[in-house]
Structures are given as structure tokens and as C-alpha cells.
Design a protein around this ligand. Structure first.
Ligand code: NDP
Length: 292
């Protein structure tokens, strides 16, 4: 039976460590990190994320600035707001909640955020830095996944890792991070041949597919560490709904050495890493070290 990697407990520890460091820079440098979150439209899932981000930002002792814009906001008005935030000395991190309405060019918006205030790691400069293995801001979900892997396994060097999914926000940055840790990395996707066979060779399996319970227990190498990034809402027989991952937990838990549950695994780490990135940027912008 696999060890359950408790993302809820891990993220709570990470958030309290961040709060301790925020307290230090407030006292020693009179700097309060500030995170601005911009939401365009009224997508219900995005509203929940934005609320949760604001609450956890404040709990960590940081300032939270929420900008809620009408769904019909023009791209130029959104770019004008970002320009204002880029020039606001109290704002150290800017996050534009995705997805944006169809009439707005997401890439143009993301790349208009000052690199020094990018806390999602989606700005092309940060994407480039990660791809050459240099320091930069790393996307939150892969960063949280890596933190849990290192905490559980220690040195990852030489391990075989497979990432199922090649999106720009999860799969590709996860692959870059594991390569930097000297894993031998396979990136699988919808055209991969014999996906179960590829998965069975891996010591580390990261599932970021967006297909409920696709990865079965018999795809997993006995003893492997499984990180389930997927968040899928499915309907139960009684008509109510529940969240499941991209891994079939009931069969995977019998084979894996360790596994993250859904909910309570990668999910809570994502916002904790957003706070981590905001603290990093606040320190960099003010030219001070992140406290130990
Ligand atoms: P995308 O839809 O952008 O990417 C999905 C990837 O999975 C694609 O590369 C696609 O391949 C691949 N894929 C789809 N079907 C198959 C298949 N049958 N076999 C093999 N590969 C397949 O998803 P995201 O990366 O944005 O998200 C992945 C999951 O992670 C979702 O469940 C999402 O909700 C969750 N998520 C969770 C977060 C968290 O905080 N925990 C944060 C972000 C995402 P191809 O490229 O060939 O089309």
C-alpha cells in the first residue's frame, strides 16, 4: 500500500514558513509583499480560485489587491491596468487569472507583465530561463509537485520520470524541472504509442492530462512515486459530484510506493507556491535576500 503524500499538510507548513519570512522582511526592511490578482469576467471556478488566493495572501501577511473587470473589458483597458500595476511600487506580483475571454490575446497580456512581477512563471523570459536550467520564476503547479517529490524521495538524480501531458503550464515546465534534477525524462501526450508500457518504466510518474482516472494501477511500476496533477469533477451515481485526479487512485494506491491524493495533493501546493513566488519577487525587486 502506497504512502499518501499529504499536500494539505505540506502546503500548510510551506505557508507558515512564508508567513515567518514575510514577518522578517516587514520588520527588518519595512517591505510588505503585495500580490495583485486580475480577474476578467465571472467564470465560477476562477472566482473561487481568486477568492482563495486573496485569503491565503492576507493570511501570509502580504497585501492582496483584487481587480475584477467586466467580461467585455477591452484588451487595451486590461493592458493599461497591467501597466499601472507594473509601475506600482506596492505591487510585487501580478497574476492574471486564466482563461481570459476569447476576444483577449492571452499571450500578449501575460508578456505585458513586467518580468520582475511575473509570479506565474508564464512570461516568455521566465519560460526561457527554465528551459536553459537557469534561475527564474517557476510555474506554481510544477514547482509544488517538485517540492513534494524532493521531500519524499530526496535526490532525484538518475531516476526515470514520465510526465503524461505536455501543456505549457504543467507538462513542459515539469519536464524542465525534472531534467534540471538530472532525471531521465519522458514526455508523453495524446500521440504517444503504448502509453501504459511507457508509464511502467518510470520511477516517477506525473499525470497532467485532464482525463478522469485515466492512469490505471497496472500502468504503474511497483514502488513508483505518483504525482496526480489532475482535477476533474465527475458525477456520482446519486447525481452528486466529486473531484478525482487523472490517476485511478483505488488501483494505483495498491502498486505505487507513494501517491498524491485528489483532492488534498498537488492542488493546495499551487497557491502556496504562488505566495512563495510573490515573496521571491518582493525580495528581488528590493534587492534583498529571501530570509532563511
Ligand atoms: P491541457 O489540456 O492543457 O493538456 C493536457 C495534456 O494531456 C496534453 O498535452 C494532451 O496531449 C495530453 N493528453 C490528453 N489526452 C491524452 C491521452 N488520452 N493520452 C495521453 N495524453 C493525453 O491540460 P493542463 O496541463 O492545463 O491540465 C492537466 C490537468 O491538471 C487538468 O486536470 C487540470 O485541471 C489539472 N491542473 C491542476 C492544477 C492544480 O493546481 N493542481 C493546475 C493546473 C492544471 P496533446 O498535447 O497531444 O493534446
Amino acid at each position: 500500500m502506497a504512502t499518501i503524500i499529504d499536500g494539505k499538510a505540506f502546503s500548510a507548513n510551506l505557508r507558515s514558513d512564508i508567513a515567518r519570512k514575510v514577518d522578517i522582511i516587514k520588520r527588518e526592511h519595512s517591505i510588505t509583499p503585495g500580490l495583485a490578482v486580475v480577474l476578467v469576467g465571472e467564470d465560477p471556478a476562477s472566482q473561487v480560485y481568486v477568492r482563495s488566493k486573496g485569503k491565503q495572501t492576507q493570511e501570509a501577511g502580504m497585501n492582496s489587491y483584487e481587480h475584477k473587470l467586466d467580461v467585455n473589458t477591452s484588451q487595451s483597458d486590461l493592458l493599461a491596468l497591467i501597466d499601472e500595476l507594473n509601475n506600482d511600487p506596492d505591487v510585487h506580483g501580478i497574476l492574471v487569472q486564466l482563461p481570459l475571454p476569447g476576444h483577449i490575446d492571452e499571450e500578449a497580456v501575460i508578456n505585458s507583465i513586467a518580468v520582475g512581477k511575473d509570479v506565474d512563471g508564464f512570461h516568455l523570459s521566465n519560460v526561457g530561463l527554465l528551459s536553459i536550467g537557469a534561475g527564474g520564476i517557476v510555474p506554481c503547479t510544477p514547482l509544488g509537485s517538485l517540492m513534494m517529490l524532493k521531500d519524499h524521495l530526496g535526490d532525484l538524480s538518475g531516476k526515470k520520470a514520465i510526465i503524461v501531458g505536455r501543456s505549457n503550464i504543467v507538462g513542459k515546465p515539469m519536464a524542465a524541472l525534472l531534467l534540471k534534477e538530472s532525471c531521465t525524462v519522458t514526455i508523453a501526450h495524446s500521440r504517444t504509442r503504448d502509453l501504459p508500457g511507457e508509464c511502467r518504466q518510470a520511477d516517477i510518474l506525473v499525470a497532467a492530462v485532464g482525463r478522469p482516472e485515466m492512469v490505471k494501477g497496472d500502468w504503474i511500476k511497483p514502488g513508483a512515486t505518483v504525482i496526480d496533477v489532475g482535477i476533474n469533477r465527475i458525477e456520482k451515481e446519486d447525481g452528486s459530484t466529486k473531484l478525482v485526479g487523472d490517476v485511478e487512485f483505488s488501483t494505483a494506491v495498491e502498486v505505487a510506493g507513494a501517491i498524491t491524493p485528489v483532492p488534498g495533493g498537488v492542488g493546495p501546493m499551487t497557491i502556496a507556491c504562488l505566495l512563495h513566488n510573490t515573496l521571491q519577487q518582493a525580495c528581488r525587486l528590493n534587492d534583498i535576500e529571501v530570509p532563511e
